[in-house]
Write a protein that binds this ligand. Structure first.
Ligand code: PT1
Length: 281
C-alpha cells in the first residue's frame, strides 16, 4: 500500500503503515447516532478526551449534521457550536483536530482556533472560497464525493457506472484544488459512503475500494453505523458496531488509510489486528 506523510500544522501523520483512526465529535443536536449527546461545550470536551484516550489519531469536529435529509445551518450557528470546542481541544490534546465543514468562514475560524485539517463533504463544490482558505494555511483537505445535497441525496441516487464516475469526479476535484493553489500532497479523497448512494452502491464501493488507488491519494472512509448496514442486517443504529468493524476490515484490506468512526477504542483494536496480519500493508 502506498505510504504518505500528511503535514497537519505542527503534526505529522504517517499513513499507510498502520490504519489511522479519525474519531467523530458531533457538536450537533441532531446527528444520526449521537445527536445531542455532546452538544454542550463541556460534554463535547469530555467526549473528545475519551476519544483521544481510546487512541484516536485525529478528532473530526462537526457542527452541522449532514446525514440524509438534514438541512444546512448558518455559519454563525456553526461557528458558535464548534469554535469554543476546537480552541480548547487544540490546546489540550496532542493530536490534530480536523474540522468537518464546507463553509470558508467556519474553516478559517476553526483553523485560527487550532484545527489543522479540513474535511469538506462537498469536495470544493459548495463554498468557492473554502479552497482558498485551505491553500492560504497550507493544510490538508479531504475531498469527499456526494451526489446531490444532504437534503435530497437519498431521493433517487443513480450512476451509469459507479466507481469510474466517482474516480472522474475526484480527478476534476483534484484539478480544481490544484488550480486554487492547494498542494497535491495536501489532498485526500473519500468516496462518501451514504452520500447519494443506495445500499448496493455502498457495498460496491467498499468491495472495489482498491480501484481508487489510481488517484495516488490517501483514502479516507466513513462507514461507521451508517444505514446501508442497517438495511443489510435490519438493525437499528445502536446495534451496528460489529458490522461496522467488519465493513471497516474490508475497507482496510482494500486500501483505506484513514477510517472515520464513532467507536474509537473498538476500531483501534480491530484495525490493529488487521494491520498486524497484513504487515506493512
Ligand atoms: C464521511 C462523512 C463525513 N460522513 C467524511 N466526512 C458524515 N469525510 C459526515 C447513513 O446512511 O463518510 N466522510 N462527515 C456523516 N454522514 C452520514 C451519511 C451519516 C449517511 C449517516 C448516513 O446513515
Amino acid at each position: 500500500m502506498k505510504e504518505f506523510e500528511l503535514h497537519c500544522g505542527k503534526y505529522r501523520l504517517r499513513l499507510g503503515k498502520r490504519t489511522a483512526v479519525m474519531g467523530i465529535l458531533n457538536v450537533t443536536p441532531d446527528s444520526f447516532f449521537d445527536g445531542g449527546k455532546h452538544f454542550t461545550p463541556d460534554d463535547a470536551l469530555s467526549r473528545a478526551r475519551y476519544l483521544a484516550a481510546a487512541g484516536a489519531d485525529i478528532i473530526d469536529v462537526g457542527g452541522e449534521s449532514t446525514r440524509p435529509g438534514s438541512l444546512t445551518i448558518s455559519s454563525d450557528e456553526e461557528v458558535k457550536r464548534i469554535i469554543p470546542v476546537i480552541s480548547h481541544l487544540a490546546q489540550e490534546l496532542n493530536i490534530p483536530i480536523s474540522v468537518d465543514t464546507s463553509k470558508s468562514i467556519v474553516a478559517r475560524e476553526a483553523i485560527k482556533a487550532g484545527a489543522s485539517l479540513v474535511n469538506d463533504i462537498t469536495a470544493l463544490c459548495g463554498d468557492l472560497s473554502l479552497g482558498e482558505v485551505v491553500a492560504e494555511y497550507n493544510l490538508p483537505l479531504i475531498l469527499m464525493h456526494m451526489q446531490g445535497t444532504p437534503k435530497n441525496m437519498q431521493e433517487n441516487p443513480y450512476y451509469r457506472s459507479l466507481v469510474p464516475e466517482i474516480i472522474s469526479f475526484f480527478e476534476e476535484a483534484i484539478k480544481k484544488a490544484k488550480a486554487i493553489g492547494i498542494r497535491e500532497e495536501n489532498l485526500l479523497i473519500d468516496p462518501g459512503i451514504g452520500f447519494g448512494k443506495k445500499t448496493s452502491h455502498n457495498l460496491e464501493i467498499i468491495k472495489n475500494l482498491e480501484k481508487f488507488a489510481i488517484l495516488e491519494k490517501p483514502l479516507v472512509i466513513g462507514l461507521s453505523r451508517k444505514s446501508f448496514i442497517g438495511n443489510v442486517l435490519n438493525l437499528p443504529v445502536e446495534e451496528r458496531l460489529e458490522a461496522s468493524l467488519a465493513a471497516m476490515t474490508c475497507a482496510i484490506l482494500n486500501g483505506a488509510h484513514i477510517v472515520r468512526v464513532h467507536d474509537v477504542g473498538e476500531t483501534v483494536r480491530a484495525a490493529g489486528i488487521v494491520d498486524a496480519i497484513m504487515g506493512s500493508k
